[in-house]
Design a protein. Sequence first.
Length: 488
Amino acid sequence: MARKPVLNIDALTALGPEKLARLVLDEAGRSAPFRKVVNAALAGAKGPEAVAKQIDRRLSALERARSFVDWQKERAFRHDLEATLRTILDELGRASPELAIDRLLRFVATHRTVFERIDDSSGRIQSVYRVAAEGLAGLVSAIREEDRRFLPQRLQPLLRDDSHGLGTAMALSIVPLLPAGVLAAWDNELAREHGQADKSSTADTWDQAITKWAALDLRQAIADVRGDLDAFIALERTKPPRRQNCTDIAERLLAAGRPTEALDWVRQEGKRAIADTGHAPLARGALEPDLGSSERLLLEARILDALGRKTDAQALRWQLFEASLDAKALRAFVERLGDFEEFEVLDRAFAHVMGSKHRYRSLHFLLTWPRLDLAAEHVIVHASDWDGRHYDLLAPAAEALEGKHPLAATILYRTLLADILNRAKSQAYGHGARYLERLEALAKRVASDLTKAGLAEHQAYRTALHSAHGRKTAFWSSVEGGTRRFLT
């Protein structure tokens, strides 16, 4: 079988200029977006101003347009936007990054009217604008440092009306690229402007709130680049408690060698999580912790270590493991044990996992540690208790257990297939066909074990399956024809 030609610069160059020109001309005749890219490249031969002029015409048309773009035209419209953006970032960006920055900011500003003109429930148009926002930093890094001092002022219009976060994203991306003096002036301007806004209104509108939070994020980014941790923390304190990222502050303080303050911050977040969820503090013996707090509690343990409170740190890790079966917590606990202490601890830990009432969490732990032998035992002990709707855990578990633990894998594959067929999930019949195929492959290896486990041998199982679900012809067609269209 002949190999497909490889598309690369050398292969295309070997075709010669005339053949390449004909190919380009043919494609330009078929594709309007490609034609615009080619025209931009031709204009580039005349200099960056010619490319900029061509882009300006397209941007002016975008700014003036008000008609709704229906779904039949959405794809062409998106390709047109992508072609304009590509011309700005590539063609003009290489020739004159200064001119490209002007056009990019103008392009991003068109999102306000564009989003009103189209039903973008798929998010494809928004993704074009997100790519545009991400492109600013590359252009800024290509201009001289002294030319960057005007960027904060040029971004202000996008920041004042930033309901989609594009202006903020652009501003945050260039903070590390600005000179120290520019950052200081920008920080002062943001503080002054939003200080006045706070005094002029007792209640924020939605747009004002977005602008205020964006300004705080920017000021914190500036403080971060300047290495001013105290300024960063002071800004965090101005946020309402629900918006404060106490864990982040604690992490920063720990890295700065300030563990006492870090402990105060990490425990602030713990108090807030308790108030929000109704859980008691894990440190006081809660049986059902907020699982999302695991990283915070592990950070608290690290802070306790830094304060010399090793016993308290280890107690917190063990309590977290016992309550949540978090493998990270157990690993962190074991890493800090003395020589030969881990064997007894691990035996106790695995016994706790096997005895837990949270069987899915236990299975996840045993798979990720990994202890596949115990995972298989756990599956078999609870053979009739699994629910195929948890396919996101059970399917990879079955695959992991196939090699050395075929009985456990068989139990899980039967569970997954039963759920699909019992609920007539036609969109998952391709998966079901694959599960039955795996059961066929495992049948000989588990023949004797099935009887011992009180399960039907494979042929009887398949007969019963066909008897119960024989009318689901779409499923059996997938089985007999080997269809895998749902998996591609």
